[in-house]
Design a protein around this ligand. Structure first.
Ligand SMILES: [Cu+2]
Length: 233
């Protein structure tokens, strides 16, 4: 009886602990570009025009909204050894080569996870990656190979290209932990469930490079971090 009683108490304590959420706050904000918003630059489609022109192509290397919000900025907590791993989703994230364009242009996936590279264009693509830490991929993907799963084990920032359609461009960020996000078309972002503490926030954009800011996360609620990139010289 005594033994069962002790186990019961242990179970009760465990249940109570599980019911108490860990202390964590969110980092929310907006990334803006200090310079003038560049006019969207159309990209000439020189190959497979019928398929590739199904949607308009513009240079996505610096996408600035009318109010200077900056899209596709990767925002993350730097030096975060205690950050939890980014969960590997049951359904693999997808990189779609639709209309000879990478969708999305910038994507974050968890280290150790798989990316499904899709080709429903009905033509040949050849994805070519330029990683620092993962094996490079230079792989023809004919029209019959509509899905090509690739696993990415190591944290990385990987440039994506297609050797068939030279204008195709994108970025894949393989995140070491969950405290990574990417800004939306209006420049806003949110990093959720960050343990309380003082951190360096890094933010990276493909043509503007990396900037940092300091942020202090409280035990609950949102801390605001409005981030700016200086104008490109
Ligand atoms: Cu292609």
């Amino acid at each position: 009886m005594k033994r069962i009683g002790t186990l019961g108490i242990v179970a009760l304590i465990c249940a109570c602990l599980a019911a108490v959420p860990a202390l964590a706050g969110n980092v929310v904000g907006k990334v803006t570009y200090a310079g003038a918003a560049p006019a969207p630059k159309p990209i000439p489609i020189t190959k497979d025009k019928e398929v590739c022109s199904r949607e308009p192509h513009v240079d996505e290397s610096l996408v600035v909204a009318a109010d200077k919000g900056l899209a596709n900025v990767v925002v993350y907590i730097k030096d975060a050894p205690n950050a939890p791993k980014m969960a590997i989703p049951a359904k693999a994230p997808e990189l779609d080569q639709r209309s000879c364009k990478f969708h999305p242009h910038v994507q974050i996936i968890p280290a150790g996870g798989t990316l499904d590279i899709l080709n429903n264009d009905g033509i040949l693509h050849n994805i070519h990656t330029y990683p620092k830490n993962n094996p490079p991929i230079n792989q023809a993907q004919p029209k019959f190979k509509t899905k090509m799963p690739i696993k990415f084990d190591k944290p990385d920032t990987i440039k994506l290209a297609c050797d068939v359609h030279t204008w195709m461009s994108g970025w894949l960020i393989v995140a070491p932990n969950a405290w990574y996000t990417v800004s939306g078309p209006d420049g806003t972002f949110k990093i959720e469930n960050v343990a309380p503490g003082a951190y360096t926030l890094s933010y990276w954009q493909e043509t503007l490079g990396t900037q940092t800011a300091q942020v202090t996360v409280a035990a609950s609620g949102d801390v605001k971090a409005d981030l700016t990139f200086p104008a490109k010289k």
